[in-house]
Design a protein. Structure first.
Length: 85
Protein backbone atom coordinates (compact mmCIF):
# COMPACT_ATOMS: atom_id res chain seq x y z
CA UNK A 1 0.00 0.00 0.00
CA UNK A 2 2.84 2.39 0.80
CA UNK A 3 4.46 1.86 -2.59
CA UNK A 4 1.15 2.56 -4.32
CA UNK A 5 0.58 5.82 -2.42
CA UNK A 6 4.14 7.04 -2.95
CA UNK A 7 4.07 5.94 -6.59
CA UNK A 8 0.87 7.92 -7.15
CA UNK A 9 2.55 10.98 -5.62
CA UNK A 10 5.52 10.71 -7.99
CA UNK A 11 3.34 10.02 -11.04
CA UNK A 12 1.01 12.89 -10.14
CA UNK A 13 3.93 15.31 -9.82
CA UNK A 14 5.43 14.19 -13.12
CA UNK A 15 2.02 14.29 -14.79
CA UNK A 16 1.42 17.85 -13.60
CA UNK A 17 4.82 18.86 -14.92
CA UNK A 18 4.12 17.21 -18.25
CA UNK A 19 0.67 18.73 -18.59
CA UNK A 20 1.37 22.27 -17.35
CA UNK A 21 5.15 22.42 -17.93
CA UNK A 22 7.51 24.10 -15.49
CA UNK A 23 6.38 27.39 -14.00
CA UNK A 24 8.58 30.19 -12.72
CA UNK A 25 11.73 28.95 -10.99
CA UNK A 26 10.80 30.43 -7.62
CA UNK A 27 7.62 28.30 -7.38
CA UNK A 28 9.67 25.15 -7.76
CA UNK A 29 12.28 26.35 -5.30
CA UNK A 30 9.51 27.14 -2.83
CA UNK A 31 8.07 23.67 -3.43
CA UNK A 32 11.38 22.00 -2.56
CA UNK A 33 11.68 24.19 0.56
CA UNK A 34 8.12 23.27 1.59
CA UNK A 35 8.88 19.58 1.03
CA UNK A 36 11.94 19.83 3.27
CA UNK A 37 9.84 21.66 5.87
CA UNK A 38 7.23 18.91 5.81
CA UNK A 39 9.94 16.25 5.90
CA UNK A 40 11.70 17.72 8.94
CA UNK A 41 8.45 18.46 10.78
CA UNK A 42 8.25 16.47 14.01
CA UNK A 43 5.28 14.08 13.98
CA UNK A 44 2.34 14.87 16.19
CA UNK A 45 2.06 12.23 18.91
CA UNK A 46 -1.76 12.11 18.75
CA UNK A 47 -1.78 11.56 14.99
CA UNK A 48 1.00 8.97 14.84
CA UNK A 49 -0.64 6.36 12.62
CA UNK A 50 0.29 4.59 9.41
CA UNK A 51 -2.19 6.76 7.49
CA UNK A 52 -0.63 9.93 8.88
CA UNK A 53 2.83 8.76 7.82
CA UNK A 54 1.57 7.93 4.32
CA UNK A 55 -0.16 11.32 4.00
CA UNK A 56 2.99 13.17 5.06
CA UNK A 57 5.08 11.04 2.70
CA UNK A 58 2.63 11.70 -0.14
CA UNK A 59 2.83 15.47 0.35
CA UNK A 60 6.60 15.35 0.75
CA UNK A 61 7.18 13.35 -2.44
CA UNK A 62 4.67 15.36 -4.46
CA UNK A 63 6.29 18.68 -3.54
CA UNK A 64 9.85 17.39 -3.86
CA UNK A 65 9.42 15.74 -7.25
CA UNK A 66 7.39 18.65 -8.65
CA UNK A 67 10.05 21.10 -7.54
CA UNK A 68 13.18 19.12 -8.35
CA UNK A 69 12.10 17.76 -11.76
CA UNK A 70 11.04 21.16 -13.13
CA UNK A 71 14.19 21.72 -15.24
CA UNK A 72 13.36 18.55 -17.18
CA UNK A 73 9.93 19.83 -18.20
CA UNK A 74 10.48 23.32 -19.54
CA UNK A 75 8.14 24.20 -22.37
CA UNK A 76 9.41 24.62 -25.93
CA UNK A 77 8.36 28.27 -25.81
CA UNK A 78 10.54 28.86 -22.74
CA UNK A 79 13.50 27.18 -24.44
CA UNK A 80 12.97 29.34 -27.52
CA UNK A 81 12.81 32.49 -25.39
CA UNK A 82 16.08 31.55 -23.70
CA UNK A 83 17.89 31.14 -27.02
CA UNK A 84 16.67 34.53 -28.26
CA UNK A 85 17.88 36.38 -25.19
Amino acid sequence: MVFVVFGVAVLLALGLLYWFHARAWYWHLLSVAAALGVGFMPPLVANRTVYYDMAIGFVFLLLLVWGAAAPLFRSARAKHRMTLA
